[in-house]
Design a protein around this ligand. Structure first.
Ligand code: XBP
Ligand code: MG
Length: 251
């Protein structure tokens, strides 16, 4: 393996816990505004998360009889409103970064490691999170923001990771993915990447067999030691995940 040259970050669930209190709430606001009765409660949204992409998720709910049958154009329009609602929720500062995310990003940036985003979410939703939760300077610090419909096939397909690596001119053996979900892990794996997973309530029971590290969160020095689910490289001193651990996975 080569040295760690590039970190590719998933967004939803990895940078921040955006799904339950962000995307889900915004979908419900858009449904209500459109006069629809459908609401996605917390467990229902967990079922729907098996499909990545908001438009694709609505189509899936229609197919299984949860939502009334509407056209693709209506789905797209509803999704446009949902994205606006989501941007507002993020602008209200409701969704903080997960523990350790800023620390790892800063450490990697200072170390000269290339940073990129590889996400299924819509570019406008990603931009809102960067602007309001991370800070404006990160638009410059990320060398690529690969998001949404820029590739035809969303995760678990590898396309968004392959696109990001192509844009950055890096290879899979130099690149580590940071993910939170089974679909994200499958996408990273299919792209030939090593991958660290930080689970959340929605993804805790998903299958991460073969991932390079699975933890409950990255954690912060001085806070309680993080819960470690899988540590196949037998990394040591894992009270929290540091840049040294990410480099050790690649070596
Ligand atoms: C995230 C998604 C997205 C969001 C909703 O998956 O699947 O669809 O849930 O965003 P990942 P949009 O974290 O694996 O990239 O409504 O903008 O699609
Ligand atoms: Mg995710």
């Amino acid at each position: 393996m080569a040295d760690l040259k590039c970190l590719l970050w998933d967004v939803d669930g990895t940078l921040a816990d955006t799904e339950r209190d962000g995307h889900r709430v915004a979908f419900n606001m858009a449904f209500a505004e459109a006069g629809m009765e459908r609401r996605w409660d917390v467990p229902t949204y967990g079922e729907l998360l098996q499909v990545t992409g908001g438009k694709e998720r609505m189509s899936f709910d229609i197919q299984r009889g949860g939502m009334p049958d509407i056209s693709d154009a209506e789905i797209a329009a509803l999704h446009g409103r949902k994205t606006m609602m989501y941007q507002q929720l993020i602008a209200e500062g409701r969704i903080p970064l997960r523990p350790g995310v800023r620390r790892l990003l800063e450490a990697a940036f200072t170390d000269g490691i290339l940073l990129g985003v590889a996400t299924t979410t819509t570019p406008a939703a990603l931009d809102a999170l960067i602007k309001h939760s991370l800070g404006q300077e990160w638009f410059e610090r990320f060398a690529v923001l690969a998001a949404g419909d820029i590739v035809p096939a969303k995760k678990p397909a590898p396309d968004i990771y392959e696109y990001a690596m192509q844009q950055l001119g890096v290879h899979a053996d130099q690149t580590l993915a940071l993910e939170d979900s089974g679909n994200g892990w499958l996408a990273a794996q299919a792209a030939g990447l090593r991958c660290v997973v930080t689970i959340n309530d929605y993804t805790r029971t998903q299958n991460f067999t073969g991932a390079d590290l699975v933890v409950a969160e990255f954690g912060e020095p001085g806070d309680g030691a993080i819960e470690v689910m899988q540590n196949p490289h037998q990394l040591e001193s894992l009270a929290c995940v540091g840049l040294g651990h990410l480099k050790a996975i690649m070596s």
